[in-house]
Every structure is written in structure tokens, then in C-alpha cells.
Design a protein around this ligand. Structure first.
Ligand code: SAH
Length: 478
């Protein structure tokens, strides 16, 4: 472990290098559109990332947060982007071990909003002042390609009522879909897609997602990139079995993906999930208990999981091996999930200065001051829940979500107060990524319509990427 002085030196060195690089690409927040080697990451190895994530003293931790705050100001300014999230269906075909929406949670009443209801909720959000609408759901194929495209087109047709008329940005967060559907959504006008990688540890990923594969997750992220979306990913912090090294991997993956946005939030145990039933800790409700926040688990079960493993996809396979997990299941993070989340956000800001980083609702749920703390440790986005009241409580990915009973009509002004209380201001534009649209040309972004597909592939750490048919789609609304 480094001394406090050595830790602070490392942090300051990164801040200096990052701000120098920023100064070379532009002269202030924000309009950047990159190069200067795409302004992603200061090259760091795993050990250095682990070091950054484990400040030796409370003072060193404060230095990290202050440094991330400083880089955030230099890179993206004092604007905070508010994104209205509409959780339009809580039906889910997946069985993720931590998520309350999992299809095996039979206690959860399920709902689906109609197309009109989704569009009305979006209209209300736009009227309040939101310039980005995020459409999120469980993985619910009931909403087929046509239905989602209809929703997108209708929302893109809503014009903003201010002195700067324009379209709202649409972000989708629907989980994994075939490439052709992603392409259709993009062509219909979707601007961004949020698909968290959840954890960059493939073994842990497999254990927590018995019916999914990490490879496919990355494949989907690769497709989204090729199709010209602003790509959001991110991870959960405090999952049982996670180590600081895993979090270093998460940040490395975010840098490799060169994401436009990264949602990083703490794990919150949901009682109707296998992960919680295995008494693996996590943050409970709205209180965070000491280091119990990231409990070291015991053997991860027998695969019985209320019959999940019978539900197709060979669910028993993934977790069956975990009793003998080489990580020993006793893996612990050195601090509670909220603290580790704040550190992960801060380090991500240092390495990916231009990336939009939300102060997540999970953080606000786990700690009443969580979002404010994140906004002062590198974050620059807040994504309040604008789902109609009659549905909101049923989108229960974890219990006791913040603002469950907040009237949507007061949401914008409430958050504006929070933001101005921190000496910041609410952005009035759609808040597209400063990496967007990518610069074309020799030194520009090579991720789209690159004449040399091999070079394009180099940028993406994926295998089997179909490049031949990656067409450039029109970039909308800038
Ligand atoms: N179906 C979409 C949306 C999933 S829910 C998709 O697959 O992308 C949105 C996010 O909630 C997930 O990406 C996950 O990171 C987070 N989440 C789910 N359960 C959680 C829990 N118990 N604690 C913290 N975050 C959780």
C-alpha cells in the first residue's frame, strides 16, 4: 500500500496529464468531439487502478474525490444533465440473481405501459424541462421492433417548447436485442443506448446471469457502437465475490469501450432474489451498515434457485461451479458499497474525463446524500424516475427506491434545487456526449464507416464483430 503522499502524487500526476490533454483539444467546457488520442484514458495498469481505488487514508480519499471534481469541471463544466427515465414495463424474461424484476419473482405484480402512456409520460417530461427521455424496461419482447420504433418516432416528434426548439434525445435501455432491432431503433431516431456490462469478471457474470453470456453482452455493446449510438454501459459495485481488482477491470472495460456514458451504482439486496436469500449482504434498504455492505458470501447455492435452473438455458451450469470458486467466495471490498461506488465514479472520471457519469438512483437509495456526494466526486448526470405514479413502485429492481412517491410535477424543480445547491446548474440542451458526433477524417473517430475494417476492429476489444454490414446511419438531432 502506498503512503498518503505517494497516493496523492499519483492522483495529481493523472490530473495534470488529463488537464494538459484537455487543454490541447479545446479551451474550455465543452464542445470537444475528441482526438488527442481520443482523450480517453491515461494509460494505467491494473495495479495502479487498484491503488487508486484504495486510498490509504480518509484524506487521500478526499483528494481523489476533489481531483475527480476538478477534472469534471475542466472537461464537462458545471452543467448537470437531467434525464427523465420512464420505466415502461417490468416484465422480464431473464433471471439475473440480483434483480427484483427477474422472471422468477412471482410476488411482483407486472405491468406494461401502452404506447400512448409512454408517449404521454415523455410529453409531460419534456414540458417540465427534460431534454432526454430514457426508456427502460425489463427484457420484454412483447414490445417488438415495430412497437419500439413507433414509440421512438412519436417521442422524437415532440418539439421542445423553449426558445431553443429542437428534438429531445431518446435513450433506450431494453437489454439485449438482435442487431437488426438495434439498427431499426437507431434508424427510427434513438440517439443513445444504455446496456450496463454489470461486471467485467466473466466468472462472476456467469454466476449472476445463469441464462446469459458475457460474450453476448460485449457483442451487443459492439453492435451499438457500430450502429452509431452514443453508448452507455456501467457496472454494479459491491456484488458478492467482487474484488477491487474486478472494479479495476470494470473501469478498464469502460475505457476500452470508450463509452459515452457509464452508470455505476451500488448493489442493493432485493429479498426476492437468490443473491439476497443467500444472505450475501449488500446494501439493505436505505441504510448502509459498516462494511457489511459488501458481504463476503458463502458457497453460492445448489442451483435450485426456486426452480430457475429448470427454466431453459441450462441455468444450473453457471452457478454449479461456484462452490469451488477460485476467488473463494470470501472476496470482499475494503469499504462499503457506497464508498466503493464513489471511488469508482471518481477514478472513472479521472480516466475518462469526457464521459457522462450519472449520480445513480441506487446511490441515492443506499445513502440519502449519495447523489450529491457523487456529483461532487466526478458525476454530472441525474436520472430521475418519471414513470407514472401508478406503475412506479412495481419497477422494483431493488427495494425502497428513492422518490417512489415524489410527484413527477415537482421532480424537475426539486432536482434543480439540489443541483444549484451544489453551485452547479441544470443543462437546458439535450446533453449529447462531448465525444459526439465523432470527428471524421484522418485523426478522427475510426469507429464509424472506417474504410479499413481491420483498423475499426482494433478499436473494439471484441471478437466476431460483423464489420462488413456496418453502415453509417444518419446521426440525428445535433
Ligand atoms: N433490461 C435492461 C434494464 C435492466 S434494470 C437491461 O438489461 O439493461 C437496470 C439496471 O438496474 C441494471 O443494469 C442493473 O445494473 C441495475 N440493478 C438491477 N438489480 C439491482 C440491484 N439489486 N442493485 C443495484 N442495481 C441493480
Amino acid at each position: 500500500m502506498r503512503t498518503e503522499a505517494a497516493y496523492c502524487e499519483l492522483v495529481h500526476d493523472i490530473v495534470d496529464r488529463t488537464t494538459d490533454a484537455l487543454a490541447r483539444v479545446n479551451d474550455g467546457p465543452v464542445r470537444v468531439n475528441v482526438p488527442e488520442e481520443r482523450l480517453t484514458t491515461v494509460p494505467l495498469n491494473r495495479e495502479e487502478l487498484v491503488t487508486l481505488l484504495t486510498p490509504p487514508t480518509a484524506t487521500a480519499e478526499q483528494i481523489l474525490f476533489a481531483a475527480a471534481d476538478q477534472v469534471r469541471r475542466k472537461a464537462v463544466g458545471d452543467a448537470v444533465h437531467l434525464r427523465a427515465i420512464i420505466e415502461f414495463s417490468n416484465h422480464c424474461e431473464r433471471g439475473c440473481w440480483y434483480c427484483g424484476l427477474r422472471r422468477f419473482n412471482h410476488k411482483l405484480p407486472r405491468y406494461r405501459m401502452t404506447v400512448d402512456e409512454v408517449v404521454e409520460a415523455a410529453q409531460a417530461a419534456v414540458a417540465m424541462g427534460f431534454r432526454t427521455v430514457v426508456l427502460q424496461s425489463g427484457e420484454d419482447s412483447w414490445y417488438d421492433e415495430r412497437t419500439i420504433c413507433t414509440i421512438i418516432r412519436r417521442i422524437k416528434a415532440i418539439l421542445t417548447p423553449t426558445s431553443i426548439p429542437g428534438q429531445v434525445a431518446v435513450t433506450l435501455s431494453l437489454g439485449e436485442r438482435p442487431r437488426a432491432e438495434y439498427a431499426a431503433f437507431r434508424a427510427a431516431g434513438a440517439d443513445r443506448y444504455l446496456l450496463k456490462h454489470e461486471t467485467a469478471d466473466p466468472a462472476l457474470y456467469r454466476r449472476l446471469h445463469p441464462d446469459m453470456s458475457f460474450e453476448n453482452r460485449k457483442q451487443c455493446l459492439g453492435w451499438l457502437r457500430e450502429l452509431g449510438y452514443q453508448v452507455g454501459s456501467g457496472n454494479i459495485v459491491g456484488l458478492p465475490g467482487q474484488t477491487v481488482s474486478t472494479l479495476a477491470e470494470d473501469i478498464t472495460l469502460l475505457a476500452e469501450l470508450d463509452v459515452e456514458m457509464a452508470g455505476i451504482g451500488p448493489y442493493i439486496a432485493h429479498p426476492e432474489t437468490p443473491l439476497a436469500k443467500l444472505a450475501w449482504g449488500g446494501v439493505r434498504g436505505s441504510s448502509v451498515g459498516g462494511d457489511g455492505g459488501v458481504g463476503g458470501g458463502r458457497g453460492s447455492g445448489d442451483g435450485s434457485d426456486d426452480g430457475d435452473s429448470g427454466g431453459g438455458s441450462g441455468g444450473g451450469d453457471g452457478d454449479g461451479g461456484s462452490g469451488g470458486d477460485s476467488r473463494g467466495n470470501g472476496a470482499r471490498l475494503p469499504a462499503d458499497a457506497v464508498t466503493m461506488t464513489l471511488r469508482t465514479v471518481a477514478v472513472t472520471r479521472l480516466l475518462l474525463p469526457l464521459t457522462h457519469l450519472p449520480a445513480t438512483s441506487a446511490l441515492g437509495t443506499a445513502d440519502p446524500q449519495g447523489r450529491q456526494r457523487a456529483l461532487q466526486a466526478g458525476a454530472n448526470v441525474v436520472m430521475p424516475d418519471l414513470t407514472p405514479m401508478r406503475y412506479r413502485r412495481y419497477y422494483e429492481i431493488y427495494p425502497n427506491k428513492i422518490c417512489l412517491f415524489e410527484d413527477p410535477r415537482t421532480c424537475f424543480s426539486c432536482l434543480s434545487r439540489m443541483v444549484t445547491g451544489l453551485g452547479r446548474y441544470v443543462a437546458t440542451d439535450p446533453g449529447h456526449s462531448p465525444k459526439w458526433p465523432p470527428l471524421a477524417g484522418k485523426d478522427g473517430d475510426s469507429r464509424q464507416s472506417d474504410p479499413d475494417p481491420a483498423r475499426g476492429q482494433e478499436q473494439l476489444p471484441f471478437t466476431n464483430l460483423p464489420t462488413a454490414d456496418s453502415k453509417r446511419l444518419p446521426v440525428t438531432s445535433h
